[in-house]
Design a protein. Structure first.
Length: 138
């Protein structure tokens, strides 16, 4: 059994993707209620979580939002679920739920497929600053 905080929503993200890292930094800056914790997809814990919830990383190349003992979301659904908990205008993105998931996931997949080419890639996962260390699960 995984020892994860059950009162936090866990975002599993591509730790070497520049777009993903920018999104994580944005989420941290707008998570006024301290709802989220983060773990890199490439980490041992990230792989353990995915195995625990039954996600094959060869099939899904996506951000994953995991609510321990409750549910998980991926692709555009994960992005919309994350946005609704942030401050500012982002909760209004839930209006995009009227778009069929097949279409929103197609758009998501196009961006995900090209993210390294468009935004670049790091050699290794980011190392959080001491101030942000508590936000990341290891």
């Amino acid at each position: 059994m995984l020892d994860l905080p059950t009162d936090k929503k866990i975002i599993i993200f591509d730790g070497v993707c520049n777009l993903c890292n920018s999104a994580i930094n944005y989420i941290i800056a707008h998570d006024n209620k301290d709802i989220f914790r983060f773990v890199a997809l490439q980490s041992n814990l990230g792989q353990e979580i995915l195995k625990h919830i039954g996600i094959d990383t060869h099939e899904i190349d996506s951000i994953i939002l995991y609510l321990p003992t409750k549910a998980y979301y991926y692709k555009s659904e994960a992005a919309l679920e994350i946005a609704k908990d942030l401050n500012g205008f982002l909760p209004m993105l839930s209006l995009f739920r009227v778009i069929p998931s097949a279409l929103s996931n197609y758009i998501y997949d196009c961006i995900a497929k090209n993210r390294y080419r468009w935004y670049g890639k790091k050699e290794s996962c980011m190392i959080p600053t001491p101030e942000l260390q508590s936000k990341f699960l290891i």
